[in-house]
Design a protein around this ligand. Structure first.
Ligand SMILES: NC(=O)c1ccc[n+]([C@@H]2O[C@H](COP(=O)([O-])OP(=O)(O)OC[C@H]3O[C@@H](n4cnc5c(N)ncnc54)[C@H](OP(=O)(O)O)[C@@H]3O)[C@@H](O)[C@H]2O)c1
Length: 382
């Protein structure tokens, strides 16, 4: 029996993780759950799962809702979440918090040597060198949850990464595939969050629509697998059946295929190194008439170029890019800016940035705050 902590239990990944756990009660026990401010769903989850710990991260919501959680050990704020991530009895920490707000929990889990099932890609994007430095001094292991990275992780099992020629990250192309940037000005938040293949939280859905998500995933892959950026390629694959591929120096290519169901990589990250039954139907290759591939249209998706250029520059550029993107996506969802302004806000913030090395969490916080403030000011002037 593995004891699992779910941080971000009320989100898309968190609720699907709970589905996986409910299907495997003999294998997984939920030790603790944490959400930001959705106290009602958190309470409902607590009643079903009977975890020892329940945590609300937003301090104002804690004040208002604390009394509802008297049956549990109640933890509060970011400290509560990091306490959960480093609990002695926990076997796997699933970090399914959205945004760089997930970094403290990632750090706490690694420092405590935990198995970290990582959905929170922003931890690695914003502070990859710092996180990897902590990992190199810990017995912690990261098992990726992102479907592409779970696919690559599985393709690399038993392989030597020095024999990798390239990683091929597949991208569905998002809801606006084939459209020119000039036609996207009046896209509404509702249109942007309706992804053709995946049902996800709002932030990652908008990132998928701008294709920023693919840029974030390139950075995530670089830090997870220690592969240089020039060896990571993106290919459009609208059917989303191949989740990603690895090509080796001898020309052999390993691919990971599966249904577009996030419960599969979530379950794998929880059950690793074992595989366990999942209630998914097999893909029928007789029914698939074709698997298609295409090139990214960088002119229509400038966010990818911004992410890749921040990645190449390194230091605090990826943290800056990530923070500006989070602020811009939130402003777009709140209808304060247009869809096409997202890339412009990120670009303006990156252009004004003076890079520093990120060696501590305080270095990260300084850069993150600076970028958020500037991005907000730029939005106010729009
Ligand atoms: N959804 C997917 O299919 C998918 C696929 C691959 C990777 N990912 C990655 O997984 C992560 C979670 O994505 P999601 O789609 O599950 O997001 P989501 O549905 O928006 O859920 C986010 C979770 O994080 C919590 N949260 C929000 N703001 C927070 C903050 N400031 N501090 C701490 N917790 C906070 C939310 O709590 P409340 O509900 O209380 O606000 C919720 O539990 C992201 O990094 C995303 O890129 C997601």
């Amino acid at each position: 029996m593995k004891n699992i902590i779910i941080l971000g239990s009320t989100g898309s990944i968190g609720t699907q993780a709970i589905d996986v756990i409910k299907n495997n009660r003999d294998k997984f026990n939920v030790l603790g759950i944490a959400a930001f401010k959705n106290a009602s769903l958190l309470l409902e989850q607590a009643k079903q799962l009977r975890p020892k710990y329940v945590c609300l991260i937003d301090e104002k919501t804690c004040l208002d809702s604390k009394d509802r959680f008297q049956d549990y050990s109640f933890l509060e704020g970011v400290e509560g979440a990091t306490q959960l991530a480093s609990d002695d009895s926990c076997d796997v920490v699933l970090n399914a918090i959205v945004g760089a707000a997930g970094l403290p929990a990632t750090v706490a889990a690694i420092e405590k040597g935990k198995v970290l099932a990582l959905a929170n890609k922003e931890s690695l994007v914003a502070a990859g060198d710092f996180v990897n430095d902590l990992l190199s001094r810990s017995k912690s292991k990261i098992i990726p949850v992102d479907s592409e990275h779970s696919a690559i992780f599985q393709c690399l099992i038993g392989e030597d990464t020095s024999e990798v020629k390239k990683i091929i990250l597949t991208a569905s192309g998002g809801p606006f595939k084939g459209r020119k940037l000039s036609s996207l000005k009046d896209i509404t938040p509702a249109e942007a969050v309706s992804h053709p293949r995946w049902n996800m939280g709002d932030k990652i859905s908008v990132d998928s629509a701008t294709l920023m998500n693919k840029g974030l995933e390139v950075i995530e892959a670089h830090f997870l697998f220690g592969i240089s950026y020039e060896k990571i390629e993106i290919v459009i694959h609208p059917e989303s059946i191949i989740h990603s591929m690895v090509e080796f120096v001898d020309g052999s290519i390993k691919a990971h295929l599966g249904r577009t169901d996030m419960r599969i990589p979530i379950q794998y990250a929880l059950s690793y190194p074992k595989r366990i039954d999942a209630p998914v139907s097999s893909i029928s290759f007789e029914e698939i008439t074709s698997l298609t591939f295409g090139k990214i249209d960088h002119e229509s998706a400038p966010c990818i170029g911004l992410a890749l250029s921040a990645a190449e520059k390194g230091q605090s550029y990826p943290a800056t890019m990530n923070a500006a993107n989070e602020v811009a996506v939130e402003a777009f969802l709140n209808r304060e800016i247009k869809f096409t302004d997202i890339g412009e806000i990120v670009e303006a913030t990156l252009s004004a940035h003076c890079p520093v090395d990120i060696g501590t969490i305080n270095d990260f916080n300084d850069v993150d705050q600076w970028a958020r403030t500037l991005a907000k000011e730029t939005i106010e002037k729009k």
